[in-house]
Design a protein around this ligand. Sequence first.
Ligand SMILES: [Fe+2]
Length: 272
Amino acid sequence: MLSDTHLGLQDAREEPFAQYSKRMAGAYVKTRHAKSGGQTSPQESFIEGIAIAQKNKADLLALPGDLFSFPSEANVEWAAQKLQESGLTWLYTAGNHDWHYEGMEGTSQALRETWIQKRLLPLYQGSNPLISFRDINGLRIIAVDNSTYEILPDQLDEFRRLIRAGLPTLLFIHIPLYALGRPLGFGCGHPEWGAKSDKNFTIERRPKWREAGHTQTTMDFHREVLASSNLLAVFAGHTHSPSLDLLNGIPQVVSDDNASGGRLDIEVLPFS
Ligand SMILES: [Fe+2]
């Protein structure tokens, strides 16, 4: 799994969008590798991650969001080409930066829809961008887009259908689910999430989080995940800091960011 690569590639086609991508374009140009301490970059880290997945003959490469710092054509073309050339099976879902042009007019939900359709589509390979799955070796792997921090009714319905099939399941999301005592980075289903606690809307130049806090659907999704007895684990990114929580006994693992070389090697073993 590679999360939060934060590719920031741009070319002449991006010029009309520079006013919206300027801050994030400068955010992860050169990074320090979390393991080696040496200088690296999002591109190098992504290529390294793909090479490790190939070497390990990974059944799936999970990409749960913030692959990009903004949805430039150069970003999407580069990543889609690397993935296609890799021969790996991959499962991508968006993070809050993948579709976000800072300062662009529109709600998060509308901007997500627009930039998925205009730019990100090749990464989904025909799957539903908001919730998709793969069944591999008896294991169900579900990716749910919670990059607006919220879950839509259709996503909840489809999640229920997929999880209630009863297969052992892994869930990939971008924003970690709220876990007791965790800050707002664990913002999907967090009881304090909402306009009053939103500190970053100015710097990220976006509408404030919802006045009334999470929708009932988002809270129901959180409850549904925690009540899923066949869910083996939840994997997320977003915080750029590795962590492990137990959600009603289900492990939620947050990966270090791939921008600085982070990755998760996930091995699922049968009971014997
Ligand atoms: Fe990120």
